[in-house]
Design a protein around this ligand. Structure first.
Ligand code: PDD
Length: 290
């Protein structure tokens, strides 16, 4: 299987990044993950826009790969090399500030960013979705620029590991009594019939799935309020679900070993998932790459 590294398609097992890469040494980089259905990328431009935003905020020079035509061509070759033109896949793109002697300040102007991309087969977690997943709450110990999708993911890794050790699928992060988001998904609750989710501030990643799901909810006439849930609201939620590229809409039916409402996936989560999936299937043609 091939991957893309600094302008070339190379065998993935033999691909090598320099030990002085600032991604390796400082976590100095950004990434994106796309969902691919039958060789077509879902919401290609929105993910690229978020990546470009992150590069700009971190003042990393944007490499050619962020141009939609270059990106699409590389994606097409990667998907073809992996036999991934049919069925479900994901694409991962990472850009770091490049290779330079270890020093905290930026390297010399002109240091080329490192660009890595790979495609992988993906199996959507549909069985778990039918019965609903478990989650735990953890303290949100991240920095104050969670709106940038950086490769520095230690708090997310520790949160997800804490969930795994308690037999849960996701960790829901809470900062000073406010529910922010999951370790790799946004969090939505239904309270008093209203869909509630943290607004897109510096404290969460502005999820592409979140934006699409909220649009669908508004179209369906379900009231939406982008106001954060409090931790104390969690015990009286009518529904709870997480939304993200690798889970779509996933009902959470147990939180900290207690049932959420009836302990079964709720009607709003089920309806939003079915509309979201139909939308994803219909939309993938927009960015056809295979
Ligand atoms: N994560 N919040 C965080 C912290 C995330 O890492 C992600 C996605 C999301 C959902 O964003 P989107 O709907 O655009 O995928 C929210 C990716 C999938 C990952 O880290 O693998």
């Amino acid at each position: 299987m091939l991957c893309y590294l600094n302008g070339k398609l190379v065998d993935r097992t033999g691909a090598v990044v320099a030990v002085e890469d600032r991604g390796f040494v400082f976590g100095d980089g950004v990434y994106e993950v796309w969902r691919v259905v039958n060789g077509r990328l879902f919401e290609m431009e929105r993910h690229l826009d978020r990546l470009v935003f992150g590069l700009r905020e971190l003042r990393i020079a944007a490499p050619d790969i962020v141009q939609p035509d270059v990106f699409t061509s590389v994606a097409e070759q990667l998907l073809a090399s992996g036999g991934l033109q049919d069925g479900e896949a994901t694409l991962y793109l990472e850009i770091t500030r490049g290779v330079a002697p270890r020093a905290h300040a930026f390297p010399a102007a002109g240091t080329a960013p490192t660009v890595f991309m790979m495609a992988n087969r993906f199996v959507p977690p549909n069985e778990v979705r039918t019965r609903g997943a478990a989650a735990i709450t953890v303290e949100d110990i991240r920095w104050l620029r969670c709106d940038i999708k950086t490769i520095q993911l230690l708090p997310n890794v520790l949160a997800k590991q804490a969930a795994a050790e308690r037999g849960a699928m996701e960790a829901i992060m809470v900062r000073h009594g406010i529910v922010t988001e999951g370790s790799h998904a946004n969090v939505i609750g239904v309270l008093d019939g209203i869909i509630r989710t943290h607004p897109t501030t510096n404290l969460i990643l502005p999820g592409v799935t979140r934006a699409v799901v909220l649009d669908i909810a508004r179209r369906l006439g379900i009231p939406v309020s982008e106001t954060a849930l409090q931790e104390r609201d969690l015990s009286r939620l009518e529904e709870l679900f997480i939304v993200g590229t690798t889970g779509d809409v996933m009902p959470i039916v147990r939180l900290n070993d207690q049932p959420v409402a009836s302990g079964r996936p709720g009607p709003i989560a089920r309806q939003l998932y079915s509309e979201f999936r139909a939308h994803m299937d219909a939309c993938c043609g927009v960015a056809r790459v295979a």
